[in-house]
Design a binder for this molecule. Structure first.
Ligand code: PNS
Length: 166
């Protein structure tokens, strides 16, 4: 793509989106003209929520001002660098909750830059969401714990419904 738009990709599983993700997406949307939220999934694994559910949760969770700059797309069985090339983005944006995230993310950032030169920009997440991850939220919800305020309300309702029907 040969336009002058500064476009970033925010990749992840988003299974499901959390308030930590929303925080980072809003910040990314303030920094770039366009943000492509890339829901990356392995076609061999079903995940907790379907791809359609994940996309809908993300689209409806974003405040209006950010949503105008964001589009959500799903990609299956693809390298992130190929997704970036296809959508015309030269930057990947990732949120960091702390040192453990950095240790996990750094080799991927270096590998992605090695592959195509794409850069990764790390945004420090809001400290109040440092403990929030999709996997922890799902585990707590599965056993009846309260995750209100850690995910969008619609996701909370969906997690509660899953927990009560399991
Ligand atoms: O939300 P997650 O599960 O932490 O996201 C991880 C994700 C999907 C961003 C990462 O696994 C990824 O980039 N997968 C795409 C495949 C790929 O490019 N792998 C090589 C990374 S160096």
């Amino acid at each position: 793509m040969s336009d002058d738009i500064r476009r970033a990709v925010c990749p992840g599983s988003y299974d499901p989106i959390t308030v930590g993700h929303v925080d980072v997406l809003v910040r990314a949307a303030a920094l770039y003209d366009e943000v492509v939220v890339a829901v990356l999934h392995n076609p061999a694994k079903s995940g907790t929520f379907s791809i359609e559910e994940r996309i809908g949760f993300i689209e409806r969770a974003l405040p209006e001002a950010a949503a105008r700059r964001v589009r959500v797309e799903a990609f299956a069985g693809r390298l992130l660098v190929d997704v970036c090339r296809d959508v015309g983005a030269d930057v990947i944006v990732k949120g960091l909750r702390g040192g453990t995230d950095f240790a996990y993310e750094l080799p991927m950032a270096l590998m992605n830059r090695h592959l195509t030169g794409v850069e990764t920009v790390f945004l420090p997440g809001a400290p109040e969401f440092e403990h929030v991850s999709s996997s922890l939220v799902k585990e707590v919800a599965r056993f009846g714990g309260d995750v209100k305020g850690l995910v969008p309300d619609e996701v909370l309702a969906a997690l509660t419904a899953k927990a009560t029907t399991a």
